[in-house]
Design a protein around this ligand. Structure first.
Ligand code: NAD
Length: 543
């Protein structure tokens, strides 16, 4: 198999964009084109304000897309994206860069290079020029028809497969980057042979393990790259060609090759087991609240056992995001279709426990406020599903806002450091109801300033674990204006009395989600891509 010279990635979303950008960044000799049918999304990828926020992403784009001659990355944490270089791990330069430190700044000089990363809507042409086509489109849960509520909606994936079949050059390697049900590769082969009978393509499974908020770091320092292929000489050659692309920066020992179905299933299992740990510790949290045991102490005691490990053991309001729930449900559906009801029930319990954790939190908030929110202001800090991302899909905050709104509060004030206020307002109007918004006479108000959001509030709920929310009275965190007294932890029956009237309650219930990130720098506000005035950012998410 000749070396890969041209890659086309279909889907310019949270996975396609960053993954293609890092592949291009690490392989200056490969031309990488990202295509999407969403013109507005592509326009933003070509602007100074990419449609998604990821620490370090703008630096990678500056090098691979813009072909900068020299890039200077600053080590000092600041409000601006220069600080992203540190948390994204970009201070480890690409192999062709020089680096030296000067005071607080680390200068990284990247050798002059031509742009090799492109974003376009010209899907057919880009596919026809590629040696490798990565399919990275969305695969959400089906919401109608057979399997609604648990099966994977393969409409976008299948549509792209048909387009790829029509335009790909003979011998092109077709890669499943999207998370797909086990045995999808077989369907891809069938679609390809239906549209291009007699033409040979290899189908590879190469699932993505990055987590929103740490995508660039996860891609640069991947624990493993999983490549599944058919067990044939042509399959092995295709797997090896793709492995060479990753080997530009990932040690060969971390590139795992398997059969194609193992690779597809491994992605579902990885997310399901991570979700299961969160549900497990949340179930224990409920026992702790009723007994006086402390769930954080229990977690650190059990996490010291290397067979258990300490990560993903933080109790909270459960997992959110576009992946965990849908991937567990996909596993549930797979088990059901294989007539394995016990297996399906086992994994469905993970979802049930997640919902229980979220409901338990909101009930406690309402109980702490004397079972009525009438006339009260409640502040929700954090709207994205986890820190350092503007991804709001399946965010627990939205569910919490919905439940709080039913209690008839005077105001629900919302603030998020990564999301753009106009987009949050628009989304709440669509997913809850238009008339809950302040502008339509309802209680929900989105703030651009955290202190204004907290001003005069009866309770401050921390629903996303942004660092700036971590120590409300500490130097690095947020100084919440306190009416009488700030309570920093969840009220526990054996430790703390009920709050007094008008007491400000800061309920820390950090969301535990796709990754355990311990950013040692504790940055202050990671600013959103740009302000409301920017025409590029007036574009709303469409997926
Ligand atoms: P996304 O919704 O952000 O992006 C998908 C993109 O595909 C959209 O821009 C959409 O316009 C485009 N698209 C859809 N149909 C198309 C078509 N017919 N032609 C061209 N473009 C089309 O989704 P995402 O979060 O990037 O997820 C993509 C896949 O990666 C999913 O299968 C997901 O499960 C998986 N995944 C996601 C994450 C994550 O953190 N978001 C992590 C690992 C894996």
């Amino acid at each position: 198999t000749p070396p890969v010279r041209n890659i086309c990635c279909v889907g310019a979303g949270y996975v396609g964009g960053p993954t293609a950008a890092v592949i291009a960044f690490q392989n200056p000799h490969i031309r990488v084109t990202v295509v999407d049918r969403d013109e507005r999304r592509i326009r933003r990828w070509n602007s100074q304000h990419p449609p998604i926020y990821e620490p370090g992403l703008t630096d990678i784009l500056r090098i691979a897309r813009d072909g900068s001659k020299e890039v200077v990355l600053h080590n000092a944490p600041s409000k601006h994206d220069a600080s992203d270089s540190v948390s994204s791990g970009l201070t480890t330069p690409p192999s062709d860069a020089e680096s030296n430190c000067a005071g607080n700044n680390r200068l990284i000089r990247v050798a002059a290079r031509q742009p090799n990363l492109f974003f376009t809507t010209d899907i057919a042409r880009s596919i026809s020029e590629a040696d490798v086509v990565l399919i990275a489109v969305n695969t959400p849960t089906k919401n109608r028809g057979v399997g609604a509520g648990s099966a994977t909606d393969m409409a976008a994936f299948e549509a792209v497969t048909a387009v790829v079949a029509q335009h790909a050059r003979p011998g092109a390697i077709i890669v499943e980057k999207s998370t797909v049900p086990c045995r999808t590769a077989q369907l891809v082969y069938q679609t390809l042979s239906l549209h291009r009978p007699g033409v040979h393509f290899e189908v590879i499974s190469n699932p993505e393990f990055l987590a929103a908020g740490t995508a660039i770091k996860d891609l640069l320092y991947a624990d493993r790259i999983l490549i599944g292929s058919s067990n044939t000489p042509a399959g092995y050659r295709a797997a090896s060609a793709l492995a060479d692309v990753y080997a530009a920066w990932i040690p060969r020992s971390r590139i795992i090759t398997t059969n194609v179905f193992s690779s597809e299933l491994a992605k579902l299992v990885a997310n399901s087991m991570l979700a299961q740990r969160i549900s497990s510790i949340n179930s224990i949290s409920a026992i702790c609240d009723a007994t006086g045991a402390d769930v954080d102490e229990v977690a650190s005691a059990i996490g010291a056992d290397p067979r258990i490990g300490s990560k993903f053991l933080r109790a909270g309001i459960g997992f959110g995001g576009s992946c965990f729930k849908k991937d567990v449900l996909s596993l549930v559906y797979l088990a059901e279709t294989l007539i394995l009801p016990e297996v399906a029930d086992y994994w469905r319990a993970v979802i049930n426990m997640n919902e229980f954790a979220r409901n338990r939190f909101v009930s406690r908030v309402i109980r702490c406020l004397n079972n009525t929110l009438a006339g009260k202001k409640v502040t929700v800090l954090g709207y994205a599903f986890k820190k350092d991302t503007n991804d709001t899909r399946e965010s627990p905050a939205l569910d919490i806002i919905r439940t709080l709104e039913e209690e008839g509060p005077r105001e629900i004030a919302i603030f998020d450091p990564c999301c753009i206020p106009t987009q949050m307002t628009d989304e709440i109007g669509r997913f809850v109801r238009k008339d809950v918004l302040k502008e339509n006479g309802g209680p929900v108000a989105v703030y651009a300033d955290v202190y204004a959001a907290c001003e005069g509030s009866d309770a401050v709920l921390i629903t996303t674990e942004f660092d700036e929310f971590k120590s409300p009275t500490g130097k690095e965190g947020l100084a919440i204006p306190v009416k009488q007294k700030t309570r920093l932890t969840d009220p526990r029956p054996f430790e703390q009395p009920e709050p007094k009237e008008n007491e400000l309650l800061a309920l820390h219930s950090y969301l535990v989600s796709d990754s355990d990130t311990d950013d040692p720098l504790g940055r202050l506000y990671p600013v959103p891509a740009c302000d409301d005035e920017c025409p590029d950012c007036q574009v709303e998410r469409t997926t």
